[in-house]
Design a protein around this ligand. Structure first.
Ligand code: CP
Ligand code: NVA
Length: 311
């Protein structure tokens, strides 16, 4: 079976469900789609298709890149704020899934609980794409892998260090890195480490590479090719901001920490960023930062994903 046939109609709930070869195929398609876009070559394999985008949390990148992406592919995106649809007033997820399957060709959802995305996918007959939950952010990691590949030329044999909260980004980066042959090191305070079952899952994908979780940021960053940061308080944790600032004070990506990485290490961040908290301005705005290339690649990677799942 070709990758095209293999991926058609599938959901993307987490990268754990995709093989290394399938992820590599999507990344290759993303590179081709980006190249076409830069050359102004029209590419519209999703003419007449509609993507519904359910948001229970805020978004700049995810919303704009999916909406623009489906439009560029010849289709249309529908922004569905959970405040405005009946889901927000208690209509069951399963009913919503069945109803939307009659109108749309795909659903992207950003919400809190991963199990809600799973329930949506179980009850929908069209592809469901996870646009961020409390546990995972697979679309971001597709764009991250595309960016690393562009800058470093390949993925295998590199080391990615993530400094900060053991959150959705840490989880998805562990899985994506382990699958694609990167060593991954997560440095987080004791009470904020990644979920043990997700670390175990990521480790099960590692093929001779390392999945390390440590409290020691210097150890994590040592000889890294990629240093990654995310906010200390994620969406939904706003009231924990103050206590998290204390807990994460040692986990700031600054010049001193960066000096332990390889001299040509790059800095990545899913954004939005808080300068002066998880990263200093000289690093995120400095010459080794690739955060805006990374943000742009959300568009290209997700166009590839939509073409793979929806055409
Ligand atoms: N990185 C990311 O998902 O950004 P948004 O929250 O703006 O979508
Ligand atoms: N961990 C962050 C990522 C934002 C893209 C959050 O969930 O808010």
């Amino acid at each position: 079976m070709s990758f095209k046939e293999q991926l058609k109609g599938r959901d993307l709930l987490t990268l754990a469900d995709y093989s290394k070869a399938e992820i590599a195929y999507i990344l290759e398609l993303a590179a081709q789609i980006k190249d076409k876009q830069k050359k102004g070559i029209p590419y519209q394999p999703l003419q007449g298709k509609t993507l519904g985008m359910i948001f229970e949390k805020s978004s700049t990148r995810t919303r704009v890149s999916f909406e623009t992406g489906i439009y560029q592919l010849g289709g249309m995106g529908l922004f569905l704020s959970s405040n405005d649809i009946q889901l927000g007033r208690g209509e069951p997820i399963s009913d919503t899934a069945k109803v939307l399957s009659g109108y749309l060709d795909g659903i992207m959802i950003r919400t809190f609980a991963q199990k809600d995305v799973e329930e949506l996918a179980e009850n929908a007959s069209i592809p469901v794409i996870n646009g961020l939950t409390d546990d995972f952010h697979p679309c971001q990691v597709l764009a991250d892998l595309q960016t690393i590949q562009e800058v470093k030329g390949s993925l295998e044999g590199l080391k990615l260090a993530y400094i900060g909260d053991g959150n959705n980004m840490a989880h998805s980066l562990m899985i994506g890195s382990a699958k694609m042959g990167l060593d991954v090191a997560i440095a987080a305070p004791k009470d904020y480490q990644p979920k043990a079952e997700i670390t175990e899952l990521a480790s099960s994908f590692a093929n001779g590479t390392e999945v390390l979780v440590t409290e020691d940021a210097v150890e994590a960053v040592k000889d890294a090719d990629v240093i990654y940061a995310d906010v200390w308080a994620s969406m939904g944790q706003e009231e924990e901001q103050k206590e998290r600032e204390k807990a994460f004070a040692y986990y700031q990506v600054n010049g001193e920490l960066f000096a332990h990485a390889k001299p040509d290490a790059i800095f990545m961040h899913c954004l939005p960023a808080h300068r002066g908290e998880e990263v200093t301005a000289d690093i995120i705005d400095g010459p080794q930062s690739v955060v805006f290339q990374e943000a742009e690649n959300r568009l290209h990677a997700q166009k590839a994903l939509m073409v793979a799942l929806m055409s």
